[in-house]
Design a protein around this ligand. Sequence first.
Ligand code: MEV
Length: 421
Amino acid sequence: MSEKTSEISGFYKLTPQERAMMVARFADLNESDISEISKTGALNLELADKLIENVISTIELPVGIAVNFRINGKDYLIPMAIEEASVVAACSNAAKIARASGGFQSTSSDPVMIGQVQLTGCKDFEKVNAHIMAHRGEIIDLANSRSRTLSSMNAGAKDIELRRINDPEGSIVLHLKVDVRDAMGANIVNSMCETIAPFLESITGCRTNLRILSNLTPDRIARSRAKFRKDLIGGEEVVRNIIRSYEMADVDPFRAATHNKGIMNGIDAVILATMNDWRSAEANAHTYHNLSGHLSLTRYSVDENGDLVGEIEIPLAVGTVGGSTNTAKKAAVFRKVLGVRSSSEFAQVLAAVGLAQNFAAIRALSAEGIQKGHMGLHARSLAVSVGARGNEIDQISDTMVKEGNISMARARDILDSIRKA
Ligand code: MEV
């Protein structure tokens, strides 16, 4: 028997269906597997095939709506695409508690991204800096020649900065600061960096290597703040425990990774529903503490009444125009549901969602524990995975929760007995 090979030339030239059949042969998929991957939803194969390469199918996630959000005096319904149970409910619940004290107050900075051009083979930083600063205006104009739209909005490239970094060569890196308005900005910033690179070489004698945006956006920050009344969250002891939880996350990287993951549960889900770049949001958020010196992206304190005040400061580069945000119609509709008019408003909403999600997680952890809330939904999802339908799902999950025995085997036993009865 010939050995399987993943070396396939011209895979990209096939239709999605032909590719799927090749994959099926390679992975020994049966008829039912093939029928499963050939199902698509609103994102059909034709469109998917235009978005990325080598498409064979699409994948769906549940989209839930987080309710109760009031941010800067405006009400929002928040679409969240996520596979994890409890996230949407927890977020809605936190928003309800915050709402009792007026909701979230969010702010955001101008949407400024950084493009990086790495200059190599030029050790004299001061000399290079002098050459570059002497041509500062020309460099910015050249970058702006890439976008008439941004220039007409008085946005676009605004400033440059030079840094020496600690790589073995001691490279010099030029930062191009670009106000990208309502775009995420990756495409335009990358184009600007590539456009100015030859000019930088000609005025400095250095060679340029990397020319790409930075996904770390310390100039594109959103903040949100909310009060959570102690009488609505379990009293003083819970408030104290939430503070303890936050203080641990701020100094312990092992806890910070989980604490900040909870924040991103909320933020990524909204970013995904609106087809923005959640990998960039992750990289950005998790690198940010290198600059801020704080491991936790949130902060908590107690006010004069003993109520809990939560705050978040998080870099967020999300767009309401450009990228895939309008290609997939559903994502555009979810953005309409969200009702954000600019990338800045979008970032303010996301910051509030991140704070709500984090508060919900550490409140549960600081009181009854996380498993109690998770278990009902986990039981339902186990019931579905063993094939339960309609009322059977509730019967199985209720029984398992009551017994405190939530497992696939038990779900299967209960389903058998329901069907035999
Ligand atoms: C689970 O997806 C997220 C939590 O672990 C976050 C946290 O521990 O803060 C619950």
